[in-house]
Ligand binder design. Structure first.
Ligand SMILES: Cc1cc2nc3c(=O)[nH]c(=O)nc-3n(C[C@H](O)[C@H](O)[C@H](O)COP(=O)(O)OP(=O)(O)OC[C@H]3O[C@@H](n4cnc5c(N)ncnc54)[C@H](O)[C@@H]3O)c2cc1C
Length: 402
């Protein structure tokens, strides 16, 4: 074990993946998460994991934990089709399979299961109820993170993995902006209690991701999450030390529209219950194919929640210090191409490698600089591409210039 001590603000997918990578390498790490417990909040929506995400997880997780991840991830294939609201095919797309990776590089996971795997072995390193408010750095020495309850923690480096409203970013890069992209999503789940439920969905709507675009570019996104094996059984077989909650199959079903097409203010929208949101979506899908209306009407009402699509505006590189950023904290993006989490996982892999070099004697600031130089390139490329696709496809606001 080296003397390097890393503190991470935020125990989401990116922060935990980094903590895993450091833990596997024997580097001292502590994660400070504002939530009071791991199961606080709805942690269970569908995440598509692409080759970047799979490669990153393979690099940071212990082999048994990675096997468990692969065994609990659905294999939805490589089809990404687009239909119109009458269910006529507009555009069929088949992604290239990536040999050598589970699911040919295209997996669909339930975020809660992935987070449970990412927490495994870190029980002593993750501190809950710790909301970072600010930090202090010494010119040549450690950095101290301060939390809302008056406590603090000191380390050689602080990583802000604290998501879209990052307190670390607000202090480190006050000029960096996150803007409303003009879209609102209602995210819900259609439960697959058994084979009969699944068979009620036409097979052509069960690809990796299906987009249905109707009048005014209102849209529906559909994507199945199907556990190949019950999570508990997979854990017992592959990694008995990892406790996984029960997981049930479902179809992720997202309704989206420009905010001005909704008959309510944001304040009203975010105060609505799941059943109200489902009714609102159905009201905006009146002329749509009955199969699509039926799918939306079968959403579990308790599962429906609203999301505002926001995006970061790329910033130029900054002067490296002992504080850096990872994931949504620096490059939150529109979900148009589904790579926000994958980019956060890639950050974790790249940064873990650089910190391992620093723990082995390389200069810490040079290692952090190398991470930032690489991350800013691919991270903001993903932000730009997501904004462009979201604009073309569903009328997201264009990305403002910096
Ligand atoms: C409905 C939905 C579907 C999505 N689908 C996909 C997909 O298919 N593929 C994909 O790649 N991406 C997807 N994304 C995006 C993806 O979820 C995010 O990009 C990803 O979770 C970012 O990881 P992160 O670790 O940077 O941030 P988060 O996962 O948001 O984690 C941040 C953590 O920091 C904590 N925190 C916040 N503030 C503080 C503070 N001050 N102090 C301490 N802790 C703090 C939070 O509680 C949270 O646990 C989806 C997002 C949504 C909402």
């Amino acid at each position: 074990m080296s003397d390097l001590h890393v503190i991470i603000a935020g125990g989401g997918l990116g922060g935990l993946a980094l903590a895993q990578g450091l833990h596997q390498a024997g580097i001292s790490v502590a994660v400070y998460e504002r939530d009071p417990s791991p199961a606080f909040r709805n942690q269970g929506y569908r995440i598509r994991i692409n080759p970047d995400g799979i490669t990153a997880l393979q690099a940071v997780l212990a082999p048994a934990a990675f096997e468990l991840f692969a065994a609990t991830a659905g294999h939805p294939g490589t089809r990404m089709d687009a239909f119109d609201h009458r269910l006529d095919l507009v555009h069929g797309q088949q992604l290239a399979p990536v040999p050598g990776l589970p699911g040919a590089g295209r997996l669909a996971v339930n975020r809660r299961t992935l987070r449970e795997i990412l927490l495994s072995g870190l029980e002593k390193s993750v501190h809950y109820g710790a909301r970072l408010t600010h930090y202090r750095t010494e010119p040549t020495g450690p950095v101290t993170a301060h939390f809302a309850d008056g406590t603090s923690a000191t380390g050689d480096v602080l990583i802000g993995a604290d998501g879209v409203n990052s307190a670390v970013r607000a202090q480190l890069l006050p000029e960096a902006r996150v803007v409303d992209a003009g879209l609102r999503l209602f995210y819900g789940k259609v439960p697959f209690a058994g084979e009969a439920d699944r068979e009620r969905i036409p097979a052509e709507l069960l690809g990796l991701w299906t987009t249905v675009i109707g009048p005014d570019r209102r849209f529906i996104g559909l994507a199945p999450v199907q556990y190949p094996e019950a999570p508990h059984d997979a854990a017992a077989r592959l990694a008995p030390d990892i406790a996984l909650g029960a997981g049930t199959d479902y179809l992720a079903c997202v309704f989206g529209a420009r905010r001005e097409l909704l008959p309510c203010t944001d304040e009203q929208l975010f105060a609505m219950t799941g059943p109200d949101l489902r009714e609102l979506a159905l009201g905006l899908l009146e002329s749509w194919h009955p199969t699509l209306r039926e799918i939306v009407s079968r959403q579990d009402p308790a599962s429906v929640f609203p999301v505002s699509v926001r995006t970061s505006v790329p910033v130029p590189a900054w002067e490296t210090s002992a504080v850096t950023l990872l994931g949504d904290a620096i490059h939150v993006m529109s979900p148009a191409i589904g790579v926000g989490a994958n980019t956060a996982l890639r950050d974790a892999r790249v940064l873990a490698n650089r910190l391992v070099e620093a723990a082995g004697g390389a200069d810490l600031l040079a290692a952090l600089h190398a991470y930032e130089a690489e991350m800013v390139e691919y991270g903001f490329d993903a932000v730009r591409e997501s904004a462009e696709r979201g604009h073309q496809l569903v009328g997201q606001d264009p990305l403002p210039t910096a």
